[in-house]
Each structure stands twice: as C-alpha cells, then as structure tokens.
Design a protein around this ligand. Structure first.
Ligand code: SF4
Ligand code: SF4
Length: 95
C-alpha cells in the first residue's frame, strides 16, 4: 500500500544516509525550510533518496509517528549490523 507524501520531512531526519555521511536523527543539510529536497532532480541526490517511497509502515500518520517508526527501524538495523560484525569476528577467530 502506498501513501501520498505529506512532506513532513521525517524521513530526511530519522534515517541515516551513508553517501551523505548523515547520521540517523539529524536533519539532512539538503532539506529546505519547507521540507523539500534541494537536490531534487540533480545527479548528486543519493539513489536511496530517489528510490524511497512513502509507506504507512514508515510514515505513520504524523511527523512524530514517522520519526518514531523510522527511529525504531534504524535501531534494529544497527543491532543487526553489530550482530553481523560480532559473527564475522567470531568466525575469523575460529579460522
Ligand atoms: S516521512 Fe513519509 S510522509 Fe513524511 S516526508 Fe518522508 S516520505 Fe513523506
Ligand atoms: S538528499 Fe534530499 S531526499 Fe535525501 S535526505 Fe537529504 S533532503 Fe532528504
């Protein structure tokens, strides 16, 4: 199910964007005051941003809810990354 973007800007704050070195929870420097992307249509715009589509599961029904849902998504991805690193270290340790 898709959702019409309400231009709340939460995704450009809550999510980390590695190509921009943007940590999670920090407002993207390319997000304008009226929550538009100043890189829109330009080649410098990260692919992950162009590919992102509003979804109820991420955007919820308000800016606050979107921050919370995407914050939780980021935290679970970070937990997975840490667990992967630990598994890799353990595997190499045995080899
Ligand atoms: S969080 Fe969702 S509704 Fe808000 S700007 Fe991003 S895509 Fe649009
Ligand atoms: S580059 Fe644009 S779409 Fe991507 S996080 Fe920044 S403001 Fe949002």
């Amino acid at each position: 199910m898709t959702l019409e973007c309400r231009r709340c800007g939460a995704c450009c704050i809550a999510l980390s964007i590695s190509t921009l070195d943007k940590p999670a929870g920090v407002r993207c420097p390319h997000l304008t005051e009226d929550n538009l992307c100043s890189l829109w249509g330009r080649p410098e715009r990260p692919y992950v941003c162009s590919a992102f589509r509003p979804e109820p599961a991420f955007c919820g029904s308000s800016f606050e809810e979107a921050l919370e849902l995407m914050g939780e998504l980021e935290r679970s991805l970070q937990r997975e990354t840490r667990a992967d690193r630990k598994r890799r270290r353990e595997t190499h340790g045995r080899g």
